[in-house]
Write a protein that binds this ligand. Sequence first.
Ligand code: PGA
Length: 251
Amino acid sequence: MARTPLIAGNWKMHKTVGDALALVHALRREALPDGVEVAVCPPFTALPEVSRALEGSSIRLGAQNMHWEAQGAFTGEISPLMLADLGCHYVIVGHSERRQHFGETDAIVARKVRAVFAHDLVPIMCVGERLDERDSGRTDQVVSAQTEAGIAGMEPSQAERLVIAYEPVWAIGTGRSASGEEANRVCGLIRGVLSERFRSAAAAIRILYGGSVTPDNAAEFARQSEIDGALVGGASLDPQKFLRIIHAAIR
Ligand code: PGA
């Protein structure tokens, strides 16, 4: 099955509203290639303005996190209802920085994923092993367990829309990416877990690689049969680098 590659920029806690608009305008000035889907995930504060700035463009809007409830007494949280209202299409769920610094467990990630679908948004669900887990030979076990937990209770019709990002924690923001071959192997393992659960629907699920993706290594990931794009952190903050990664993703 032909899966359209997705290049998604995770801006993390960067960019004021003015800086965010400058970045989006720089992206919009360039003609984007066919056959690649592009998304940007700015911080919450910039979502309304970026949403307006993307009107009439094929670039999709995503958020970096959300609460699972639509509303309620959850001071400081943002709900899926609010994100849908702003024109978001994607929501990153279970990024390793959320797991590591904010105590997100597999159970919380699964709850958020279900809430994302309930509001007709699309989750980019992140999984990936830490360095100590890789060094002790537990990569496959950890990634399989995170994937299984995240898809608990998911309908096959929802699964077809799901996006998974395989992001080895040791590769995020370190300049030390996984090799294309190893990333492809783990993405294949993830697809195996998805196939057991969803059978043929698993063939439609996009699996991205993330972790120190740059214009220089993007093509190596794009070449891999099991990798359907990238979740890009640092390099997505620079429009020229992000555009080169988008162009490298054409199959
Ligand atoms: P990086 O971040 O590209 O800066 O390594 C990727 C991510 O955290 O999604």
